[in-house]
Write a protein that binds this ligand. Structure first.
Ligand code: SF4
Length: 942
């Protein structure tokens, strides 16, 4: 048994992990108590990482060999690495020769390591001669980059996590921190508990679990943040809460901003944002007059056509009130992905160059060309994410290389993205998982290593560089991402790409890519930072191996900088920060009579991005088991809908079908769909024969004009009842490998129904027993206008283990009814193992309860097969799992709370003492607090 320190591959908190492994198998993971991002804590996602690396998951979901498709829509066949890379080099070279270097594009990922990012950037900009290299960080952080550069002069978050311990006011805006950055939220909870006088303001259209900690909640209308920030500044100016001395000494451009916010009166702002004037006033007072105010913000600000303006307008507030450069004070952008920061550091975006240099700056281009040993870096700006896929859809980009990301799930306007993937002449997908939607479009699939296998570095939200280390060897024929790039680049060089020029790095070498290992790449990156704002010339792997470090860390330093701008000097030509006077602009799509709902998107607590990793574990579906669209209960009632009914959700770009669910988190005329539901889990076919493409079929590619980040957070939609009278439900317990394999095979069947969804589920084993004792299952739903032919239903029956002689059946073909149940004997009991209901699915609730809770079924006899039958005694439905670590469900929590008394804190303590919920990772604590409030105490109830 071996233990290896590494970093969690999910969010930008960047928690340290300790991986336990035996041979080539990862067996356990726990938080690293010495890592300054998490001090031993992990959230539900981080603490289940080892389960996503099990032998079954690797066998059934990983891409383990290079694969090639001769023709699209065919099954790919295995090829050797040499043949695969030769094919890639041949195709890319041909496209470049015939159409020029800008006819190729590289779309990479904030989940790559810094070393991977560096070589991709050098490959495109240094060797091939195109700036068409962009990343999914464009969908995530580019507005934060643009906002920082516009105001503070550099893309550098000035704060750190420890600031939550020093802040007197925390302003959380456009961020469901409780779900998106859970371990940081634990730190805020602790800070609030230690210093209850610390104010927390939470501002978001949805009243998410993050609101549980708030002293003041501002339920702003979607997209109105700029108006809110201008309104806050207006009040601060009127009340004399700004800091004129700081403004005069350390900033420029305040007069123009003052003139701009003059019209942003409290009346106007309150009306535009949909909040009370008193609340606006309170927020302004707390923000400006608290000794230290820290803002935490994320996609609610970034994923917007006003993304840069929102970021800049918030930073304006910090500059105007001198809430920056001190412990507990500053504008702190939380990065979504684990290495969005590292990608920015090496210039891995279409408009950036290494070490925070700008592509538009000729001197910067010359510096990078000299560092790389190439004649020049091309001047023409590269295509950003949305532009790249549009160019491919238009036939301008002919070869695409996609690495470690799933644009067929995550990009907005899926119709265009899928057209691009179909039209491109050659698509390479470099991936760890064979199950992503994008893999289906690849001509060439290159298997990459992933978490637990990789070696390199990542940088988290607070500028802290951590080591990522391999705990196990590379499975199958996988290679590290940087190795694949280097091998490909050397082939291009061998085919006549320009030889390196004399340079500090290129001199004497026959290749621009002379790297024997990840560290060699990192050392070249390190050199590129010399003298820059993120100078890390004082660091090396050995130092990082001892402890993660923040940048800047120049040569001679003994530690990195905890906070930036403490001296009031900013990295601008005059050393002053710049106020940005940017007008409030409405959303790209306003609600209107044809599209009367504001659709927002966001994260679930236990899932990550497109779920290629978290979606392999049934236990991570315990909290939110299936895709739904949420609406306000009054909107559901007004439209004569019932919870659970299927609805068409339609935007100007596409339509999907989903069950509707009531949620009090939303305001009227708002709807919410989690960002994770792609076509891998939520499918179907439209009336015109197109495959439904998940939530991003609906979202818009309208971008912020400065950052080019699309407005993934908002689309105007209509929601209408789906008239799909024939319904089907199939669910079964399956051996773990079979469940994963069945899910893959169901993908093609999902395309045969107007609506279909497919999700895993699991038994209720506590986390510590999950690896050995957890049972796994699969649930499939479909709906249509009429019953499908037997040829469609029979494969379904087989996949759910319902084709054998141990299955009881009832079928009425004329009526389109079918009912199958499989039982197993367990002592004196008969336990349901699988079921399929087709036609009449009204018995779903109680049959599903029997199956999921594994209750004795013998007493139900013939009712198991009778359409529309009701059980003789009502069965308690399986509850939503609130605590994932100890598998505690909502009904048990509610029952305990109903029987206990005391203050909310005492009742929470009683709950935790009795059921253990919320005592491990703590991700469910905000929800537990909400439940404590919702369930009356024993004495109150009496
Ligand atoms: Fe991973 Fe959770 Fe930490 Fe984010 S908060 S890095 S997902 S363990």
């Amino acid at each position: 048994m071996k233990e290896t320190k590494s970093t969690c591959p999910y969010c930008g908190v960047g928690c340290g992990v300790i991986i336990r492994s035996e041979g080539d198998q990862i067996t356990w993971v726990r938080g690293d108590p010495d890592h300054p991002a998490n001090f031993g804590r992990l959230c539900t996602k981080g603490s289940t990482l080892h389960l996503t690396a099990s032998a079954e998951v690797t066998l059934h979901t990983r891409l383990l060999h290079p694969m090639r498709r001769e023709r699209r829509n065919e099954r790919p066949v295995r090829v050797g690495w040499d043949a695969a890379l030769d094919l890639a080099a041949e195709n890319f070279q041909q496209v470049v020769r015939e159409h020029g270097p800008d006819a190729v594009g590289f779309y990479i990922s904030g989940q790559l390591l810094t070393e991977d990012y560096y070589v991709f950037n050098k490959l495109a900009k240094g060797l091939i001669g195109t700036n068409n290299v962009d990343t999914n960080s464009r969908l995530c952080m580019s507005s934060a980059v643009a906002g920082y550069k516009m105001t503070l002069g550099a893309d550098a978050p000035p704060s750190c996590y420890d600031d939550v311990n020093h802040a007197d006011c925390i302003f959380i805006v456009g961020s469901n921190t409780a779900y998106a950055h859970p371990v940081l939220f634990r730190r805020i909870e602790e800070a609030k508990a230690a210093r209850p006088r610390m104010k927390v303001i939470f501002c978001d259209p949805r009243r998410t679990d993050t609101a549980e900690l708030a002293d003041l909640y501002l339920p702003v209308q979607p997209g109105t943040d700029v108006m809110l920030f201008h309104g806050l500044l207006h009040i601060m100016l009127w009340e004399g809460w700004t800091q004129p001395e700081y403004i005069a000494r350390h900033t420029s451009g305040f007069e123009a901003l003052k003139a701009l916010v003059r019209d942003c009166t409290p009346e106007r702002v309150a009306q535009t944002c949909g909040i009370a004037q008193e609340d606006l006033f309170t927020a302004a007072q707390w923000f400006a007059t608290s000794p230290a105010t820290l803002s935490l913000y994320c996609q609610g600000l970034n994923q917007s056509t006003s993304g840069t303006a929102k970021n800049a307008a918030l930073i304006n507030l910090h500059l105007a009130t001198a809430q920056i450069g001190r412990p507990g004070a500053g504008p702190f952008s939380l990065t979504g992905q684990p290495n969005a920061m590292g990608g920015r550091e090496v210039g891995g975006l279409a408009n950036l160059l290494s070490a925070h240099r700008d592509l538009a700056n000729p001197q910067h281009r010359a510096e990078v060309a000299a560092l790389w040993g190439v004649p020049s870096v091309p001047e023409k700006p590269g295509k950003t994410a949305v532009e790249m896929f549009q160019a491919a859809a238009d036939g301008e980009i002919k070869a695409l290389w996609i690495a470690c990301t799933n644009p067929a799930q995550s990009m907005p306007d899926q119709a265009t993205v899928r057209r691009a993937l179909e039209r491109a002449e050659f698509v390479v997908v470099q991936e760890a998982f064979a199950t992503t939607a994008t893999c289906a479009y690849a001509d060439l699939l290159l298997p990459a290593t992933t978490w637990g296998e990789k070696d390199g570095t990542v940088t988290n939200s607070e500028r802290r560089i951590s080591r990522v280390r391999p705990a196990v060897g590379k499975p199958g024929e996988t290679r590290h991402d940087w190795e694949i790039v280097v091998e490909f680049a050397r082939r291009l060089e061998a085919r006549g790409a320009p030889p390196p020029q004399p340079s500090p790095n290129g001199g004497g070498s026959k290749t621009l890519f002379p790297y024997p290992d990840a560290e060699a790449i990192w050392l070249e990156h390190r050199e590129s930072t010399r003298g820059r704002d993120l100078d890390i010339t004082g660091l090396d792997y050995a130092l990082l191996d001892r402890a993660p470090q923040q940048w800047p860390f120049p040569a001679g330093a003994t530690q990195g900088r905890t906070r930036l701008y403490e001296d009031g000097v900013f990295p601008t030509p005059d050393g002053k920060a710049r106020f940005a006077a940017m007008q409030y602009q409405p959303l790209a799509e306003a609600r209107e009579s044809r599209y009367p709902f504001s659709l927002t998107t966001g994260r679930l607590r236990d899932q990550w991005h497109g779920m290629s990793r978290t979606g392999t574990l049934g236990r991570l579906f315990g909290h939110v088991p299936e895709p739904v669209v949420q609406m306000h209960p009054q909107d559901i009632a007004r439209r004569l809908l019932k919870e659970g009914e299927l609805v068409h959700v339609t935007s100007r770009r596409g339509s999907i079908v989903l069950p509707v669910q009531a949620s009090n988190e939303l305001g009227l005329s708002q709807a919410f769909i989690a960002m994770h539901w792609g076509s891998e889990f939520l499918g179907g076919i439209s009336s015109t024969g197109e495959r439904l493409a998940g939530v991003n079929a609906l979202t818009t590619s309208a971008c912020c004009p400065t950052s080019k980040q699309p407005e993934l957070k908002h689309a105007a939609v209509k929601i209408l009842k789906a008239e799909l009278p024939w319904t089907l439900l199939a669910a079964a317990w399956l051996p773990p490998g079979d469940a994963l394999a069945a899910r893959e095979q169901l993908q093609s069947l999902m395309a045969l129904f107007p609506f279909a969804s497919c999700v895993p589920f699991s038994g209720n084993a506590p986390l510590e027993q999950a690896a050995t004792q957890e049972r796994s299952g699969l649930l499939f739903r479909a709906a249509g206008y009429e019953p499908p032919p037997d040829a469609v239903l029979q494969p379904l029956e087989s996949l759910f283990g319902l084709a054998g002689s141990d299955t009881l059946r009832y079928a009425d073909r004329r009526q389109g009814q079918r009912r199958l149940v499989r039982v197993r004997r367990d002592g004196a009991d008969l336990l349901l193992q699988g079921l399929l209901l087709a036609g009449d699915t009204s018995a779903e609730a109680w049959l599903k309860s029997l199956l999921l809770q594994e209750l004795p079924a013998q007493a139900y006899g013939r009712l198991l097969l009778a359409p529309g039958a009701k059980p003789p005694v009502a069965l308690q439905p399986k509850g939503r799992q609130v605590c994932s670590c100890f598998a505690v469900e909502a009904p048990a929590i509610e029952a305990h709370l109903a029987g206990c008394d005391g203050s909310p804190q005492e009742r929470l303590g009683s709950l935790q003492g009795k059921l253990r919920c919320g005592t491990n990772c703590g991700s469910c604590v905000p929800e537990l607090k909400r439940m404590v409030r919702a369930v009356p105490a024993l004495r109150q109830a009496a």
